[in-house]
Design a binder for this molecule. Structure first.
Ligand code: NAP
Length: 448
């Protein structure tokens, strides 16, 4: 029986779960393509360095690449190194699982002032993403305002509140550790535009903020007053109920004069980021809950001093050449994973993960999501147009002719070994290599 060949674009959890589900059939072989020479997407470049247990899912995801019908083609950028139509020449089907890694905008004045960054930039920097300039952050600010109250806001606030010593044993790159060691940050203020019950963070993540060494957590009791709609929500939403209990306990704490303070504020809608040459403060419109879980302005303004602002208001998907795109939702339009163009299903094209459903859920959510897509692919198999280039070596030769230095799984294993060895020398789990050229060099040269 002729093998069917599937290209999965993106080697984050969604892409890898797709590959795993595809291998259930002996008749399918899979190439997982990634623009980076390293696999695992946001598990490597999004999960915070101090969340090592969460990162250990990498051990499970890695096993998928040990399958003899799954290959990793790293350092291959869709749209630059290979187009959609070229992929169709080599594969019977294409699954887009490239995520939603760009930041949503606030749309307020001063958003682009120096000192204002998206949280995604900060996350990329401390995660050692090759796209993030090594010197992008200095942490010279004494007060940092984080806008948004989701899990990313919690991550960036926590990393900023920790010391270099506390993070030394993680995979955080050396240059990030150096900046953290010189950090002047004393106050981190996390601000939500609605009330505490409407906050998006999960309880485990929130709780950690109150357990940080040498950090006072500051919550004002008046910020925790809620309306009838919030009360109703608490009855059915355990996460919101636990979160509120935790924040109420914090609001009773007396500050202990610790080195850093982490403040949680609510009902403040950002109006502008202010400053001549760089951010000096943020102006917020004070709100009150409107009885439906939303906030309305009270007419009062509040200005918070801040020399650095991190906008943590969610991720957004990136349109990809040749594929339809829903600008409003930031996803590729699809019916349960089958790509749709103007209400028609496009044969042989699928989506999975954040680019399919939007940036929500935890790592595990991508498993069910990927399974749904692959189930539909299996249903369609008999109707797929077979690809022209059937020999799996042809795609490698094609990319070689284009001058693409493909990094395969063995190449990644060399990078992995180098990072682990560097980590051992720092007494860390690993130390990430952040520079693209060094990654490429390691993928060919490093011998464990
Ligand atoms: P998120 O959970 O959607 O939170 C976005 C926050 O931004 C919300 O508080 C939202 O408030 C606020 N916001 C949106 N537009 C705003 C505006 N114009 N002005 C002020 N605030 C605004 O997004 P995220 O934190 O980026 O997380 C993305 C996904 O990754 C989530 O599913 C998250 O759980 C997951 N994640 C998980 C972990 C973990 O498990 N440890 C870590 C990181 C990320 P409204 O609710 O009012 O819109």
């Amino acid at each position: 029986m002729t093998q069917l060949r599937v290209a999965v674009v993106g080697s984050g959890p969604a892409g890898i779960y797709c590959a795993a589900a595809l291998t259930e059939s002996d008749e399918i072989s899979v190439d997982v393509i990634d623009r980076l020479p390293t696999p695992f997407g946001l598990v490597r470049y999004g999960v915070a360095p101090d969340h090592e247990k969460m990162k250990s899912v990498i051990n499970t995801l890695s096993k998928v690449f040990l399958h003899d019908r799954v290959r990793f083609l790293g350092n291959v950028e869709f749209g630059r190194d290979i187009s959609l139509s070229e992929l169709h020449e080599h594969y019977d089907a294409v699954i887009m699982a490239h995520g939603a890694a760009i930041d949503r905008r606030l749309g307020v004045a001063g958003e682009d002032l120096p000192g204002s960054f998206s949280a995604t930039e900060f996350v990329s920097w401390y995660s050692g993403h090759p796209d993030a300039a090594v010197d992008r952050f200095t942490l010279n600010a004494e007060t940092v305002v984080v806008i948004g109250v989701g899990n990313v806001a919690v991550d960036v606030a926590r990393i900023m509140s920790k010391t270099a010593t506390q993070l030394r044993s993680t995979d955080i790159p050396d240059h990030v550790l150096d900046v953290l060691a010189r950090s002047r940050v004393r106050d981190v203020v996390v601000v939500g535009r609605r009330g505490p019950v409407q906050a998006k963070f999960t309880t485990k993540e929130l709780r950690e903020l109150g357990e940080l060494d040498d950090v006072d957590i500051v919550v004002r009791p008046e910020d925790l007053e809620i309306d009838a709609a919030s009360e109703l929500m608490l009855e059915s939403n355990t996460v919101a109920r636990r979160n509120l209990e935790i924040m109420r306990e914090w609001s009773q704490r007396e500050p202990q004069g610790r080195s850093r303070r982490l403040h949680l504020r609510f009902l403040l809608r950002p109006v502008s980021l202010d400053g001549e040459e760089s951010v000096q403060s943020v102006t917020f419109a004070r709100g009150r809950l409107d009885g439906n879980g939303n906030a309305v302005d009270t007419g009062e303004l509040e200005q918070l001093d801040a020399q650095m602002v991190l906008r943590s208001v969610g991720y957004r998907g990136l349109a990809m050449p040749g594929l339809p795109f829903d600008e409003e939702r930031g996803v590729i339009p699809n019916a349960a994973g089958r790509v749709m163009r103007a209400a028609e299903v496009i044969p042989g094209e699928y989506v999975a993960g954040w680019i399919k459903r939007g940036p929500s859920g935890i790592i595990g959510t991508n498993r069910g999501d990927a399974n749904e897509t692959v189930r539909n692919f299996f249903e369609d198999v008999s109707e797929l147009a077979p690809q022209v280039a059937r020999d799996p070596t042809e795609i490698i030769e094609f990319l070689g002719r284009r001058g693409v230095r493909v990094v395969d799984w063995q190449g990644w294993e060399k990078i992995d070994a180098l990072e682990m060895a560097t980590g051992a020398a720092r007494d860390a789990s690993r130390v990430k290599v952040a520079d693209l050229e060094r990654l490429l060099l390691a993928s060919t040269e490093h011998r464990p």
